[in-house]
Design a binder for this molecule. Structure first.
Ligand code: HEC
Length: 125
């Protein structure tokens, strides 16, 4: 079974968290596991922007709508939905190694990632 397929199967069976932890400790996560097909599959799960707005309240304590001078926290409002999904998945599998965002991304289900991406990409700028 290909790694990409394995990732999809893991996510569908709800053990994505366990598999992402394995990847982190492997030290060799594959960025190529996150392709356009996987991103589009997640984006198609839900476009409930009201749920997205509710969830994004948790993000707003760090992520401002406008870039704060000198801040290391990037603006995520108005970003491309696909970019948001990809970034969150990369934190989950450890391709991106920011501890704060890894914890947050690991706490999000795929449907939550989808609604956050749909909501955030339509806000700000
Ligand atoms: C405690 C502060 C904090 C909270 C809360 C937080 N973030 Fe972050 N976020 C960060 C920091 C710091 C970075 C930059 C990390 C890095 O350098 O990789 C980041 C980066 C990101 C990125 C990557 C953006 C890019 O273009 O590279 C995304 C996407 C993101 N956060 C989404 C979210 C979402 C969605 C939420 C709410 C569910 C959230 N964050 C909550 C601090 C936070």
């Amino acid at each position: 079974m290909s790694k990409a397929l394995l990732l999809v199967v893991c996510c569908l069976t709800g053990v994505a968290l366990a598999s992402s932890e394995t990847n982190v400790s492997d030290g060799a996560p594959q960025a190529s596991e996150i392709d356009a097909t996987e991103i589009n599959r997640i984006l198609a799960l839900s476009d409930d922007v009201e749920y997205g707005e509710y969830l994004a309240g948790e993000c707003a304590s760090c992520h401002a709508v406008e870039q704060v001078a000198g801040s290391s926290v990037p603006v995520i409002h108005g970003a491309e939905a696909a970019h948001l999904v990809q970034s969150l998945l990369e934190y989950r599998i450890g391709v991106r190694d920011n501890t704060t965002m890894q914890l947050i991304a690991n706490g999000l289900g795929e449907e939550e990632i989808a609604v956050l991406a749909h909501y955030l990409s339509n806000t700000g700028r």
